[in-house]
Design a protein around this ligand. Structure first.
Ligand SMILES: Cc1ncc(COP(=O)(O)O)c(C=O)c1O
Length: 380
């Protein structure tokens, strides 16, 4: 089993040995009968392990071409598990165009434990090297970034990180393993908010990590059990079901996103379009090298005031005005007041995240309906 779509449907999901059930059962149990002292079948208590969760962990690991998978109750719970590798006095180096909740955990949670985060404001690998301090233990990348869809060169930064004995974390939520596999490019830990493309149906909040190094895996697995931020069996099962169609969904997301990016580029009320699949995108060459497709996220700067932005989102019918991304349905979000509201305004604007920026999570509805919806909402 080597090809992506086959693994998405089968990895970690042998028919149930007890009953022959083809679909992995929802093992809705907190505990497991033991035959005597130490006499168990690999499961003792569902915080430590649950067979439905194991199937999910194995499947996501297979999709990232990694050895170990770990599933969590949310993307942020997965992030906190990575951050448990740090101790007081350590330094973290991050890209600056980040999901707001990731910035919040860096600035308002781990900062309390005397762990400082430095931010690199350009995508240039040499600037990461310059910002490394003697106590830097992790480099954290999100690529493509959220919401400006800039790219960072994973292979170049992995090489720098390893030269300095630093672990590289890549948040791969926006691409999904269908379009980008950071471990193959040298990253040490891949992070997903499975809430997004991996589950794909906007009905579960979850997170996952994939990694190859046994020692790091054991350390994070220890924290997963010790802190307890695990997904329940039903959420694990829903996510596994979502994954089965990941490949076909991603292809359609991309096709639709590409058409929308082109449409917006030509629209007189649009100032600027951010989509790595456009030849005009500053990271287009890197996108072609590092990813096998450009994904389903498109951001654009609208010409107008904040009131005009409000009118625009109210006029949209097929696109729903909501946070989040990666579901089969199209969403529009206003990062300045929604996903990135926790970043101070001056900082936000200095990073190019203006008040008139809108982010589209392009779904897999019929493209004609999506284009017509945008056309009528953008009309004067
Ligand atoms: C890129 C990215 N990483 C991490 C997260 C956090 O994930 P969750 O909301 O599942 O905790 C999000 C959520 O929006 C995200 O967009």
């Amino acid at each position: 089993m080597t090809k992506f779509s086959t693994k998405a449907i089968h990895a970690g999901q042998e028919p149930d040995p007890g009953t022959g059930a083809v679909m992995t059962p929802i093992f809705q149990t907190s505990t497991y009968a033991q035959t005597g002292l130490g006499g168990h079948k690999g499961y003792e208590y569902s915080r430590s392990g649950n067979p439905t969760r194991t199937a999910l962990e194995e499947c996501i690991a297979a999709l990232e071409n990694g050895t170990y998978g770990l599933a969590f109750a949310s993307g942020l719970a997965a992030e906190q598990a990575i951050l448990s590798l740090l101790k007081s006095g350590d330094h973290l180096l991050s890209c600056d165009d980040l999901y707001g909740g990731t910035y919040r955990i860096f600035e308002r949670v781990i900062s309390r434990y005397n762990i400082e985060t430095g931010y690199v404001t350009t995508g240039k690998p040499e600037d990461y090297e310059k910002a490394i301090q003697p106590n830097t233990k992790l480099i954290w990348l999100e690529t493509p970034t959220n919401p400006l869809l800039r790219l960072v060169d994973i292979r170049a930064i992995a090489e720098i990180a390893h030269r300095h004995n630093i672990l590289l974390v890549v948040d791969n939520t926006f691409s999904s393993p269908y379009f980008q596999r950071p471990l193959e490019l040298g990253a040490d830990i891949v992070l997903h908010s499975t809430t997004k493309y991996i589950n794909g149906h906007s009905d579960v909040v979850g997170g996952a990590l994939v990694l190859n190094d046994h020692e790091t895996y054991e350390a994070i697995k220890f924290y997963q059990n010790a802190a307890g931020g695990i997904p329940g069996p039903f959420d694990s099962w829903l996510t596994l079901r979502g994954i089965k169609t990941l490949a076909v969904r991603m292809r359609q997301h991309e096709e639709n996103a590409f058409s929308i990016a082109q449409f917006l580029t030509e629209h007189p009320r649009v100032q600027r379009v951010y989509y790595p699949g456009l030849a005009s995108h500053p990271d287009y060459a890197l996108a072609k090298r590092q990813m096998s497709g450009f994904g389903g996220m498109v951001s654009f700067d609208f010409k107008g005031t904040l009131e005009d932005v409000d009118q625009l989102v109210r006029k949209l019918n097929v696109f729903t005005f909501a946070e989040s991304l990666g579901g089969v349905e199209s969403l529009v979000c206003h990062p300045a007041t929604m996903t990135h509201g926790s970043i101070p305004k001056e900082l936000r604007e200095s990073r190019g995240l203006t008040d008139t920026l809108l982010r589209l999570s392009v779904g897999i509805e019929d493209i004609d309906d999506l284009l017509l919806d945008l056309q009528q909402a953008l009309a004067d």
